[in-house]
Design a protein around this ligand. Structure first.
Ligand SMILES: Nc1nc2c(ncn2[C@@H]2O[C@H](COP(=O)(O)OP(=O)(O)OP(=O)(O)O)[C@@H](O)[C@H]2O)c(=O)[nH]1
Ligand SMILES: [Mg+2]
Length: 169
């Protein structure tokens, strides 16, 4: 087990380095943001909608971690957002955890039609804070709001969870 962890950790660090080298656009500030949550809640689609305006109804599960960057011009500065889309599957947990470090913000995503993904939020937040620190800014996202007939988490429940952490929703 230890051996597998060390191998995955090494691979993740090498991947981070390689991606950073590819990502040479000029910027004033860089901010690392991470997307986490159970598998299939829609993290990859949220990111592809944001970065390319594309939705994929049959997207494949993310393996490990994927990286996207977007530079925003905010208050006269170029702010580079490095957005890390992580795999929700349990088998990638060790490798995705190693990417939490140095994140300034995180989107914790759940699926409004799957209560278990909502229940899992507490564990995601606990793990994020343990690795990235208590100061990390966390935003909860209840995804798949279009599937109103299959909704399993009420707005009240989501609001209560968010206010228990005093975070945005
Ligand atoms: N109806 C609906 N389907 C969605 C929405 N977002 C994602 N999906 C679908 O949900 C499935 C999973 O989406 P992904 O974006 O791959 O999920 P993920 O969280 O990245 O999953 P992992 O990579 O395994 O962690 C896909 O079939 C998507 O098309 C949404 O807002 N509404
Ligand atoms: Mg994904």
């Amino acid at each position: 087990m230890q051996e597998i962890y060390e191998k995955e950790s090494k691979e993740s660090h090498e991947k981070q380095k390689e991606l950073r080298e590819k990502d040479k656009e000029p910027y004033d500030y860089v901010s690392k943001v991470i997307l986490v949550g159970e598998s299939s809640v829609g993290k990859t689609n949220i990111l592809s909608m944001y970065s390319k305006g594309e939705f994929n109804a049959s997207s494949k599960s993310t393996l490990g971690v994927e990286f996207t960057s977007k530079t925003l011009f905010v208050k006269d500065i170029n702010l580079k957002m490095q957005i890390w889309d992580t795999a929700g599957q349990e088998r990638f947990r060790a490798v995705t955890n190693s990417f939490y470090k140095n994140s300034s913000g995180a989107f914790v995503v759940f699926d409004l039609t799957r209560f278990s993904s909502f229940n899992a939020i507490d564990t995601w937040i606990k793990d994020l804070k343990e690795t990235a620190g208590e100061k990390i800014i966390i935003i909860l996202i209840g995804n798949k709001s279009d599937l109103e007939d299959h909704r399993a988490v009420t707005t009240e429940e989501a609001k209560m969870k968010a206010s228990s952490y005093s975070k945005l929703i």
